[in-house]
Design a protein around this ligand. Structure first.
Ligand SMILES: [Zn+2]
Ligand SMILES: [Zn+2]
Ligand SMILES: [Zn+2]
Ligand SMILES: [Zn+2]
Length: 316
């Protein structure tokens, strides 16, 4: 009977949907109709009031039995302990009140329903609602928790691989791996992934070593080139220095030549002046002594310098 009712309730539930979604109101109506159409083994009873000082786990178990829920769900009282502790944690008053008893009864039933219908479990899990059902133990959540814990134990090792080139570091990593393997044998698929991850890590380590060797080689080449360039620079600077020196020498030389030429022209000038002076002097002598000479020749037949006789002397 309860089975039929629950089957009808599965309408409109999308167990694989991981996002929130709208459901058709017709689905809700069908669920309601199915619920009311399902006959109960006995007339429904109402939850009784809790005492002023609260209620105990035993009180809850008794209430579940009193309501006839143990007939529909024979194991419902097994959920009482966990549900009770959850309700106690979340209570808003100083003591557990009737409203808390309502919650406890509801969640005990929910646990029973979920155990019967995997579709609802899946729906609850995919809609992230597992924690909403008090005392509910979701196997999917447990699996995810374990996997993430394993990943957590491996994460720091991954970070460590970068600076554990020493054999001790590798050893401690191996020890850690075997430990976590012992702890959770069910999680072998994720471990396999991790081992594959390790293999690729090794490969990339080798690649990194290769690359760094290449980089070293390049560095050496660059340094060599730099040395050559430095030497070239030295040569170039020496050459430019030489060129400068040559230019200076040329300048000096041309200055000297200019000076020399100047001196030559000065000497030429003085020579010219001297020539002119001597010419002027000899010219004056000629002019002033022409009369003396003709007068001498008129009266004398001998040379005034050597006393020799003139050859063409008509006066003889
Ligand atoms: Zn879950
Ligand atoms: Zn001069
Ligand atoms: Zn004279
Ligand atoms: Zn003479």
């Amino acid at each position: 009977m309860a089975e039929q009712m629950l089957l009808g309730c599965e309408l409109g539930f999308k167990p694989d949907e991981k996002n929130p979604y709208f459901t058709m109101s017709t689905h809700l109506n069908t669920i309601k109709a199915t619920y009311f159409a399902t006959p109960l083994p006995h007339t429904a009873k109402e939850i009784r009031n809790a005492k002023n000082d609260g209620f105990t786990v035993q009180n809850l178990k008794n209430e579940l039995a009193h309501l006839g829920l143990t007939t529909i769900f024979p194991e419902i009282q097994n959920h009482a302990e966990l549900v009770y502790s959850e309700v106690d944690k979340r209570k808003k008053g100083s003591v557990l009140r009737t409203c808390d008893l309502f919650d406890a009864v509801e969640h005990c039933q929910l646990n029973c329903i979920l155990e019967r219908r995997p579709t609802f479990k899946k729906f609850l899990h995919n809609q992230n609602g597992c924690h909403r059902v008090y005392g509910f133990k979701c196997q999917e959540c447990e699996k995810e928790k374990k996997t993430s814990e394993i990943w957590k134990t491996f994460e720091p090792v991954d970070e460590a691989t970068e600076d554990t080139m020493s054999p001790e570091g590798k050893k401690s990593r191996d020890v850690k791996t075997s430990e976590s393997q012992k702890k959770s044998p069910e999680a072998s698929p994720s471990l396999q992934i991790l081992q594959e991850h390790k293999v690729t890590q090794k490969e990339s380590d080798e690649e990194i070593q290769k690359k760094s060797a290449e980089i070293e080689e390049l560095k050496r080449k660059v340094e060599e080139n730099l040395k050559i360039a430095e030497e070239n620079e030295k040569l170039v600077s020496e050459a430019t220095h030489l060129i400068d020196t040559i230019a200076e020498l040329k300048k000096e030389h041309s200055k000297q030549t200019e000076k020399f030429l100047d001196q030559i022209s000065h000497l030429e000038y003085e020579l010219g002046m001297a020539k002119q002076a001597s010419e002027m002097r000899s010219g004056k002598k000629k002019k002033s002594h022409t009369n003396c000479a003709s007068n001498w020749l008129k009266t004398r037949k001998e040379c005034p310098s050597c006393n020799g006789t003139f050859l063409n002397s008509n006066r003889n």
